[in-house]
Design a protein around this ligand. Structure first.
Ligand code: SF4
Ligand code: SF4
Length: 156
């Protein structure tokens, strides 16, 4: 009899308890600052251009070779009458998210703090039907940082 009562109490307590699950995707759990989805390029809001100089360091270090980087002379460099101290700047950049293993190595090798791991849900919810849609170009890689929508964590 005591066992029966205890089971009713347990069932009742569980019934009244606040749910521990969430109605995903309507509600999202808050992500930690160091969360790693996929890499994004970062926008220099002061100069109004990408931080990336196209130096190829990340491309060379990527273990799965899913990055392609092309640089160009920066038309906004001070020698051209502009305001930037970057002599070279990124011209074209692709990252194939379908191959990226989110290892963070590209972030660690970048000397310009120009790339960071997306630490928002937008990075985790980037599935696609066609694998070609997972190949991100320069504008796609820059857009969230340019809009101020992400602030990836970069080791001090
Ligand atoms: S996170 Fe790793 S696998 Fe992905 S692009 Fe960067 S270096 Fe390559
Ligand atoms: S993200 Fe960094 S390491 Fe990669 S090309 Fe740009 S400046 Fe170089």
């Amino acid at each position: 009899m005591r066992g029966l009562i205890r089971s009713f109490v347990t069932t009742g307590a569980t019934f009244l308890r606040k749910p521990v699950t969430r109605e995903y995707p309507e509600t999202h759990r808050e992500l930690p600052e160091r969360d790693r989805a996929f890499p994004l390029l970062l926008w220099d809001q002061q100069i109004d251009e990408p931080f990336c100089t196209g130096c190829h360091a990340c491309e060379r270090a990527c273990p799965v070779e899913c990055m392609t980087v092309l640089m160009k002379d920066n038309p906004n460099h001070t020698s051209q009458g502009g305001t930037s101290s970057r002599r070279k700047i990124i011209d074209k950049f692709w990252i194939d998210y379908g191959r990226c293993m989110r290892c963070n190595i590209c972030v660690e090798v970048c000397n310009f703090d120009a790339i960071g791991m997306n630490n928002t849900w937008s990075g985790h919810e980037s599935s696609a039907v066609d694998r070609l849609d997972l190949v991100m170009d320069l504008q796609q890689l820059l857009s969230q940082s340019r809009a101020g929508a992400v602030k990836p964590w970069i080791a001090p």
